[in-house]
Ligand binder design. Sequence first.
Ligand SMILES: *[C@@H]1O[C@H](CO)[C@@H](O)[C@H](O)[C@H]1NC(C)=O
Ligand SMILES: *[C@@H]1O[C@H](CO)[C@@H](O)[C@H](O)[C@H]1NC(C)=O
Ligand SMILES: *[C@@H]1O[C@H](CO)[C@@H](O)[C@H](O)[C@H]1NC(C)=O
Ligand SMILES: *[C@@H]1O[C@H](CO)[C@@H](O)[C@H](O)[C@H]1NC(C)=O
Ligand SMILES: *[C@@H]1O[C@H](CO)[C@@H](O)[C@H](O)[C@H]1NC(C)=O
Ligand SMILES: *[C@@H]1O[C@H](CO)[C@@H](O)[C@H](O)[C@H]1NC(C)=O
Ligand SMILES: *[C@@H]1O[C@H](CO)[C@@H](O)[C@H](O)[C@H]1NC(C)=O
Length: 552
Amino acid sequence: MRNKSQCLSFSVLFFFFFFLFSYHQSQAQPSTTGYTCSANQTTYPCRTYAFYRASAPDFLDLASIADLFSVSRLMISEPSNISSPSSPLIQNQPLFVPITCSCNTLNASYTISFANLSYTIKSGDTFYLVSTNKYQNLTTYQSVEVVNPTFVPTKLEVGDVIIFPVFCKCPNQTQLRNRVNYLVSYVLQPSENLSSVASRFGIETQAIIDVNGNNIRPFDTLFVPVARLPELKQPAVAPSTPPSAETPSRKTERKGVIIGLSIGLGICGASLVLVAGMWIYREALLKKKREREIDEQKQKLQFNKGGRDLKDMEVNFMADVSDCLDKYRIFKIEELREATDNFSEGCLIQGSVYKGNIHGEVYAIKMMKWNACEELKILQKVNHGNLVKLEGFCIDPEDANCYLIYEYIENGSLHSWLHENKNENLNWKTRLRIAIDVANGLQYIHEHTRPRVVHKDIKSSNILLDSNMRAKIANFGLAKSGCNAITMHIVGTQGYIAPEYLADGVVSTKMDVFSFGVVLLELISGKEAIDEEGKFCGQKLKGYWREMKRGK
Ligand SMILES: *[C@@H]1O[C@H](CO)[C@@H](O)[C@H](O)[C@H]1NC(C)=O
Ligand SMILES: *[C@@H]1O[C@H](CO)[C@@H](O)[C@H](O)[C@H]1NC(C)=O
Ligand SMILES: *[C@@H]1O[C@H](CO)[C@@H](O)[C@H](O)[C@H]1NC(C)=O
Ligand SMILES: *[C@@H]1O[C@H](CO)[C@@H](O)[C@H](O)[C@H]1NC(C)=O
Ligand SMILES: *[C@@H]1O[C@H](CO)[C@@H](O)[C@H](O)[C@H]1NC(C)=O
Ligand SMILES: *[C@@H]1O[C@H](CO)[C@@H](O)[C@H](O)[C@H]1NC(C)=O
Ligand SMILES: *[C@@H]1O[C@H](CO)[C@@H](O)[C@H](O)[C@H]1NC(C)=O
């Protein structure tokens, strides 16, 4: 009797463990909340890879994909067999993105492995959309909810930093012994099956089934066991920049040969040698001089320039450094040409500033000669909501032009609002806010930069209004850092120039304050700083003031 019940309880226990075990087995199958791992497994954390497909509209360049996964472009381009990290990608181009996989204990009974990726919520983002679109189903919204228990999915705010747990696994000791060094995270597409994935990675279908089971549906993550990454076949890209500096010199060489030949036909061989020799010598001298000039200018911009054959490497290097600094983008001249319709009249905003659309973003593009140095130096140092932001720059070695690319400010200049669109009036509240915005911007450059920056050309046409009618100070082309200098070279705009600067050339923050006063007069009176007769608007105001006092 007793034996029987013992036997029964044993078999109950056995079945209980059996079910527990099989339950664990099914957990190892594709799961929505994550893939369990054992905290005991000593192979965590590990470096592994996720298979990612470039996709329109936001992820057709390595920079944005690298941003999404918090890695650098080189870290993606190297394992993915891409030679130039800065060239654009095509739809569905395959990539291996490195991730760090760790085993995370969420609570006493729940440990899952994932790569901890921080993502800052932008407008329109939900857990579902970011998981399925941006991370391409490498994670699920259910898992995002589990990993971010403090956030309510329906109450996300722009700027919230959310962890997106990209699914991953590290091989265990047995697998490592069997030369499985990576378990690559791969999302099965509807058009694929396990055997097509296996052949893509050069392994047996059974190896995938051993790790993932047989029950894999489209858009599930599976782990592909490989000894090393397969080399991806990348579409051949057209060389991004033709070696521009070479073309003209090759042309002149050919010209030299033709001229030499005709002379040779005319006169004797000896003079031919002499003339040709002199020609080549002169060319070489000129070329060297030109090169030296460009070099000097580039050094001023603090980019050390190597030999011409190093150009490609250097561009890549610069692009990668810019990734780390994460402040400026280096644009390509082709991008700017395309954006501005080859710098056509239609895209001209004013002066040498063009409006251009680069990958769906609108920018203001200012073309200048190499004298961009001072402006670049100053804009690098400042960052304030009331100053127009520099987004990046571009250097065109061919015609020695430098381009500064700024954020595009939708509503144009204060000058045009005050004096051109007469039918659209600014109300007093807006005018007051504009005045405060400009004052804040000025206070920032005068008091919170080292050395101080003097703008030197504050006027209503250099104050731009954004879509919310907030003001931003633009055009640091004449600005100077460091002050209390004396200059002989008076720059600025008539009507706004401070008297002490006009008389003695004293550069100080006070001259900006004077010009700001003139802008305030414009804001209050709606009159131009200098009227048609060339009279200063303040003069008239003095008259009004006197009248008002007399009236009282
Ligand atoms: C983890 O390791 C500890 C001792 O190192 C052992 O007692 C425990 O049973 C292990 N747990 C699992 C799930 O392997
Ligand atoms: C641990 O977390 C999982 C997933 O959120 C949950 O289902 C489970 O109830 C939790 N267990 C405990 C003991 O809190
Ligand atoms: C993810 O990383 C952040 C810092 O990068 C860290 O604060 C956080 O605890 C990590 N979360 C998990 C679950 O590992
Ligand atoms: C992710 O999965 C959903 C279905 O679960 C699918 O509609 C969507 O297209 C997938 N995303 C990508 C990028 O494949
Ligand atoms: C390692 O992983 C494989 C596949 O998931 C599994 O069959 C095996 O039991 C694991 N080995 C150890 C020692 O955990
Ligand atoms: C898998 O897909 C390939 C084409 O992509 C096809 O030729 C093959 O028959 C499919 N295999 C199975 C088992 O469905
Ligand atoms: C690397 O990509 C190039 C095309 O960009 C391709 O020709 C080459 O075969 C690839 N390498 C390998 C080993 O597949």
